[in-house]
Design a binder for this molecule. Structure first.
Ligand code: DUC
Ligand code: ZN
Ligand code: ZN
Length: 469
């Protein structure tokens, strides 16, 4: 007799964003087709007794093989980045196809597909980065791309080669309203940062720790307030990415209290690092240069509060992989370089889920359901991948992570699977680790081994954002 299921995951405790229950999971053709106790035997079986079975994570903010303009090179491509994600329990990644000023958005998307083709072990979608919203881009390219499954785009208020002015931001927001897409905003005041940077450099204060002085919370607060106001004028939803602390959060919470559809994301660096991590001996602090910068312990507490009280809907890695000891990475301009010339970004695609699980669920700061919502369900909903991704339900893709919730793991860079030569979390011990990870019913990771071939991952077209969060 042919078994009813290709695979049964038996005896685990399942958690979704809304429930926790014991059930077996029956999988056929890569989809979940049955949930229940004592399911019939499958062709294959995985014993999940005593384990948690969670939806595979959706990392909605990570950078892989993204071209840069300053000569720096991202250390992770679509082989190593998604592989590292999978080892950390993530089964969907959404990196960025970034337009260069003067380039068509379509060309950027085509280039990014070439970079990703046949490499990823897990499924992936693309956000777009819009840096040059010309009439051609706004009138033709972007509407067509949205219809083809690129329904979210990031814009910047900072970085000279990326930033938009207020008029351009309004035009992009208006387009996202017309076409039913979601705009993600990197919010920091560019001119304030430039003025502070020049003053610090004139005073010879160029060590990595001054990166935090040059990008203060007030600059983030101002830009957050401004983009929320612009979205209010346009009457459209939007999402603020990588929020670092209470100053910006207050703007977001006030907007939400008024009924505005303002969504927000934060990242591991804002609950686990502070500006002191930029003040290590020699050039070591450069490892932790990212923007916005990590702030202080009060900010960490604010971010935890926001994760628990719903100010944040999404917890992403903002994995931006630059090697430390490399002249295409953090040492692009040598060890004596000003903080202003150090590539921005830190790695974290593999450690995102274990860190939040251990520090959040394990320490009682957030519930297990909130963990699933923040790391899988909400990003899948906001970026139009739900219910195919982000949940455990009949009809969903069998993208699953089987967690040993009591296993203690000491994080070291040696054990990670990215292509970066450091982790900001070196030596930190976490409790809870995703030991078996499946993508569309195929085992990708088991007992620390990669089981899937590169190219198993498929490109995902995103649907309309679900803004009912
Ligand atoms: N800041 C960004 O805006 N993107 C990548 C990494 C970073 O630090
Ligand atoms: Zn950003
Ligand atoms: Zn980023």
């Amino acid at each position: 007799m042919i078994p009813e299921f290709d695979l049964v995951i038996r005896g685990g405790t399942i958690a979704t964003s809304g429930d926790i229950f014991d059930a077996d999971i029956g999988i056929r053709d890569g989809k979940i087709v049955a949930l229940g106790l004592d399911l019939a035997r499958g062709q294959d079986e995985i014993d999940a007794t005593g384990r948690l079975v969670l939806p595979g994570g959706v990392d909605a903010h990570c950078h892989f093989d993204q071209p840069t303009l300053d000569g720096s090179v991202m250390a992770d491509d679509f082989v190593s980045g998604p592989r590292s994600a999978a080892f950390g329990g993530t089964t969907t990644v959404i990196p960025f196809a970034s337009q260069k000023k003067g380039e068509s958005l379509r060309a950027a998307v085509d280039d990014y597909h070439r970079r990703a083709h046949d490499k990823s072990v897990i499924d992936y979608a693309f956000h777009l980065i819009v840096t040059d919203p010309t009439p051609q881009v706004l009138g033709q390219e972007l509407p067509a791309l949205i219809r083809e499954g690129y329904t979210s785009f990031k814009i910047y208020t900072t970085y000279d080669d990326l930033k938009l002015n207020d008029r351009e931001i309004i035009e992009v927001l208006a387009l996202s309203r017309r076409e039913g897409a979601l705009t993600m905003v990197h919010a920091e005041n560019s001119d304030a940062i430039a003025w502070l940077t020049e003053a610090l450099e004139r005073a010879g204060q160029t060590a990595p720790r001054h990166h935090a002085d040059a990008r203060p919370a007030i600059a983030e607060r101002e830009a957050t307030h401004r983009v929320i106001s612009l979205a209010e004028i346009v009457d459209v939803a939007m999402l603020v990415v990588h929020v670092s602390g209470g100053e910006a959060m207050d703007q977001i919470a006030a907007a939400r209290a008024k009924g505005l559809r303002v969504f927000a994301e934060t990242c591991p660096q804002y609950i686990l690092l502070t500006a002191d991590d930029l003040d290590l001996d020699g050039f070591e602090g450069a490892k932790h240069i990212c923007s916005p910068p990590p702030r202080d312990t009060a900010s960490q507490k604010s971010v935890w509060r926001g994760l628990a009280n719903g100010t944040f809907q999404v917890f992403s890695s903002d994995h931006a992989p630059f090697k430390f000891d490399s002249d295409t990475g953090k040492k692009l301009h040598g060890e004596g370089a000003s903080f202003a010339h150090v590539p921005n970004g830190i790695p974290g695609v593999e450690t995102r889920l274990p860190l939040l699980f251990s520090e959040g669920v394990g320490k009682g700061r957030i519930s297990l359901n909130q963990f699933v919502a923040l790391t899988a369900t909400n990003p899948a909903r906001l970026y139009g991948l739900y219910p195919r991704k982000g949940t455990i339900a009949i009809g969903a893709d069998a993208d699953l992570a089987i967690w040993n919730q009591t296993r203690e793991v000491k994080i070291t860079n040696d054990m990670l699977h990215h292509n970066v030569d450091y982790t900001p979390y070196e030596g930190r011990t976490v409790t809870g680790w995703p030991e078996t990870v499946l993508s569309r019913g195929a085992v990708v990771v088991r007992d620390g081994r990669l089981m899937a071939e590169r190219g198993h991952g498929q490109f995902l077209k995103c649907g309309a954002p679900d803004l009912q969060l």
